[in-house]
Design a protein around this ligand. Structure first.
Ligand code: RFL
Ligand code: PHB
Length: 400
């Protein structure tokens, strides 16, 4: 039985659940504006800092990191990319992001590195993340005194707050705390996954290559000039033991085309994993005093690199709304948060779904639908208008 002595009570303005990009960015955005928050994370710091995920930051996300002053290493080590290539069978062409968007680009900087920078910044600013918080639970969300409880080191923590930000990803507790009748969800699960490999070898090109091949999709990406990240479309039930490194390199060489294959440096994998592909949106992103942000509210398939960037735009909108509330006492920006965020989310959902459809082989991809994919890629290659559409989505739609 719990006794009073074992409960550690504290108070803050915003309780943030989850130390992924959404939670960590939100904490810094609030901190620089003088709003207090506490981040609760169920995993250890080492686990969070070693999770390999996204690699491409839109300009909006880069601007956000600049604004909160967590940008020094990204500016030093990040790679600015002005374009990427598309391959249809062996026919390759470049989408020149800079020319097509009037000067915009993306930054290749690993989510892992960004997370490390944000955790360090939180520590330096005296607002360290509470890691290994077990059994986080939300209480009183529909009243005016919400609080969060958890267990750590044999003690119960209890944090009283004004608002809770649910930044705890797709499997987190925040969305699950909302009664089902008050949420509408939309979902598409794709019948394949991505088999990813990370290796300390130079990339096969200075930019990313997305390939549609008869045998399935492939992507050549990177984390630095000496570290490559590649993906292959694979069945969800693929066994990693059936895919030794050499087989992955052979398959990448076929799917990415001869030019990439000629430059591809092979090496031992330092990480290998399979991720499922899903489109998902839960609406609305607010329930009383709980606000969802990032993967807690929506998922996109990784084609087009929108997931992390949506987490950044959500917390940009949410921080503005919270700051407006603390500045003037008005709740109108908080009331508008869900609608404002969802307008941008649905467009990114559309782009990621479309780009996945254009580049992957589906179980019902027959000869006709494959010809449609190839014709569309050929059209994109020849049409500036089509390329402008892709480029403006890829660099990120405005944060309006
Ligand atoms: P996260 O990163 O999942 O963080 C949620 C955090 O909450 C914690 N948590 C809890 N904490 C306390 N109590 C609980 N009950 C909790 N339950 C969960 C978790 O431990 C975790 O630390 O969500 P967030 O912050 O919304 O960020 C979203 C992004 O991580 C995600 O969208 C991207 O990684 C998606 N994604 C990509 N996005 C891009 O923008 N560009 C890319 O290039 C890109 N590539 C990718 C990706 C995702 C991938 N996988 C594995 C899903 C490539 C891959 C392979
Ligand atoms: C990655 O480097 O992990 C990456 C890059 C681009 C994508 C998806 C993932 O579209």
């Amino acid at each position: 039985m719990k006794t009073r002595e074992t409960t550690r009570l504290s108070r803050t303005q915003v309780a943030i659940i989850g130390a992924g990009p959404a939670g960590l960015l939100l904490q810094q955005l609030l901190h620089v504006a003088g709003v207090e928050s506490v981040v609760l994370e169920q995993r250890s710091r080492a686990y969070v800092e070693s999770r390999i995920r996204a690699g491409v930051l839109e300009q909006g996300a880069v601007d956000l990191l600049d604004r909160i002053g967590v940008n020094a290493r990204m500016r030093r080590e990040g790679l600015v990319h002005d374009g990427f290539s598309l391959v249809a069978d062996d026919d390759r062409f470049r989408v020149n992001l800079r020319d097509l968007t009037g000067g915009m680009n993306v930054m290749v900087y690993g989510q892992t590195e960004m997370t490390k920078d944000l955790i360090e910044a939180a520590e330096l600013r005296g607002t360290p993340v509470i890691f290994e918080a077990e059994g986080v639970a939300l209480h009183g969300v529909d009243g005016d005194r919400p609080f969060v409880t958890w267990r750590k080191d044999g003690q119960e923590g209890r944090l009283v707050c004004d608002f809770i930000a649910g930044c705890d990803g797709f499997h987190g507790v925040s969305r699950q705390s909302i009664p089902q009748r008050d949420l509408t969800t939309y979902e598409r699960v794709y019948p394949f996954g991505w088999l990813g490999i990370l290796a300390d070898v130079p990339p096969c090109d200075h930019e990313l290559i997305y390939a549609n091949h008869e045998r399935g999709f492939a992507l050549a990406s990177m984390r630095s000039e000496t570290r490559s990240r590649y993906y292959l479309q694979a069945p969800m039930d693929v066994k990693l033991s059936d895919w030794p490194d050499e087989r992955i390199w052979d398959e990448l060489a076929v799917r990415l085309g001869p030019a990439a294959a000629a430059n591809m440096r092979r090496g031992s994998s330092i990480e290998k994993s399979v991720a499922g592909l899903r489109s998902f949106v839960a609406e609305p992103m607010r329930w009383h005093r709980l606000f969802l942000a990032g993967d807690a509210a929506h998922i996109v398939p990784p084609t087009g690199a929108k997931g992390l960037n949506l987490a950044a735009s959500d917390v940009h909108f949410l921080s503005e709304a919270l700051l407006a509330y603390y500045g003037s006492g008005s709740t109108s920006a908080l009331d508008a948060y869900s609608g404002r965020a969802l307008k941008r989310i649905w467009k990114a959902e559309r782009f990621s779904w479309w780009f996945t459809g254009l580049t992957h082989r589906f179980p019902d991809t027959d000869a006709f639908s494959r010809r449609m994919q190839i014709a569309e890629l050929d059209y994109i290659k020849e049409s500036r208008a089509a390329q402008v559409t892709i480029a403006e989505n890829y660099v990120g739609l405005p944060l309006s």
